[in-house]
Design a protein around this ligand. Structure first.
Ligand SMILES: [Mg+2]
Length: 391
């Protein structure tokens, strides 16, 4: 069956709501270190330096018989321009079942300006829409098309600073964000150690604890931080260097061989993962299915890593339908990240998600989740829902 149309739209979804009283969500409470922390003008402004493309890029691919698939990503302004102006006119009329071919076409079409970076988000949106479409035509969930499920349920870890709440919800692994980095003066190491020591004390020795440094550190600071944190047995330290500092990651592995390192949410296409696997510079690979090139890229990365016995733990893997289907289907994805964006004290299933970006996404119970088994990714958005948020 041929592709009839490909259209990328910019949409602003409402947030999931709850009738219960609300405390502040973690991400608005904490000051965390960022790659821009070295510049005083932007240091205390959180993410106000981030690009202004706040709307979601919603790519709808429709087949000749009217079946449609939905792929969503971020950075809508440039992404939608790439999809609508460049990819769509050249892909309409292709066989909508030939996803590997279409992914390869997009990878090559983007080569004059690089398939990495912004183009990777555009490739992603089209790819995810095609997987959704193909599975709907096959009348099966995407995880079955992928050859899964590989497990009964996905084990989730929770990301955020409300660690007590994560424990109350039954998660058995939790990740914190690094508070301070190289530009925060002599107290920086101590502040981070104090945070980790407090949390380790709170959760005890048998809950996994991880630290996400969101590209804010440098090699020397990371080495010193890892040495300070060694007694607290972190499962991994994440994203400590700028994403393109491949040699830095190699050097880091040599300097702190006893500490597992995770990264990859800002790597695009399978190629940086191939290098990291062949160099064995990274212990846990963390591609984001909505950024890296979609499900097709995730499958390529899983196969590369599997051959080397390395685990893939996708960024936000348990937070979206796209990620959940990958985590459920691929044998070398042992954990899924659940990004805690709701307020503490309100059970996760007490939010109304209808008409939101998370409509149809399964919610973890006691630290585990099983994806929706409806055809496609189980995203419960109609074309009317999409029209409402894009007009
Ligand atoms: Mg991260």
């Amino acid at each position: 069956m041929k592709i009839k149309s490909i259209k990328a739209l910019a949409g602003k979804f409402p947030s999931p709501t709850s009738d219960n009283p609300v405390r502040d969500s973690w991400k608005w409470v904490d000051h965390v270190a960022t790659p821009m922390s070295r510049y005083p003008r932007y240091k205390r402004e959180g993410l106000l330096w981030a690009p202004p493309w706040e709307e979601t890029s919603i790519c709808v691919v429709t087949a000749e018989d009217g079946t449609f698939g939905v792929g969503m990503t971020i950075f809508s302004t440039p992404v939608n321009s790439l999809i609508n102006d460049h990819f769509a006119p050249l892909l309409i009329g292709e066989n909508c079942m030939a996803i590997e071919k279409i992914w390869d076409m997009m990878f090559r079409l983007a080569s004059p300006y690089s398939a990495a970076g912004i183009a990777s988000y555009a490739i992603t949106a089209v790819d995810l829409a095609l997987w959704d479409l193909k599975a709907k035509i096959a009348k099966m969930p995407v995880y079955e098309l992928l050859g899964g499920p590989a497990r009964d349920k996905i084990t989730c870890y929770a990301t955020g600073s409300q660690t007590e709440w994560h424990m109350e919800l039954g998660f058995n692994a939790t990740k914190l964000t690094c508070l301070s980095g190289p530009s925060d003066g002599p107290d920086a190491l101590g502040l981070n150690e104090e945070l980790i020591a407090t949390k380790r004390d709170l959760i005890g020795p048998n809950v996994e604890l991880m630290l996400d440094c969101w590209m804010a550190l440098d090699l020397e600071f990371t080495v010193r931080l890892a040495e300070r944190l060694r007694p607290y047995n972190l499962k991994w330290i994440e994203d400590c260097l700028l994403p393109e500092d491949y040699d830095g990651f190699k050097a880091l592995k040599k300097r702190i061989p006893w500490q597992s390192i995770a990264t990859g949410e800002h790597w695009y296409t399978s190629l940086p993962f191939l290098s990291a696997v062949s160099e064995r510079s990274i212990d846990y690979l963390q591609p984001d299915i909505q950024w890296v090139g979609g499900m097709t890229a995730i499958v390529k990365i899983c196969h590369i890593a599997e051959a080397a016995g390395i685990s893939v733990i996708p960024h936000g893997g348990a937070s979206t339908s796209y990620g959940q289907h990958a985590c459920y289907a691929m044998p070398n994805i042992p954990l899924g990240e659940y990004f805690m964006q709701t307020s503490p004290g309100i059970p996760l299933d007490q939010y109304d998600r209808k008409g939101t970006e998370l409509s149809g996404v399964s919610i973890p119970e006691s630290g585990y989740v099983v994806p929706n088994d409806a055809p496609g990714f189980g995203i419960e958005l109609t074309l009317d829902d999409i029209e409402k948020v894009t007009t």
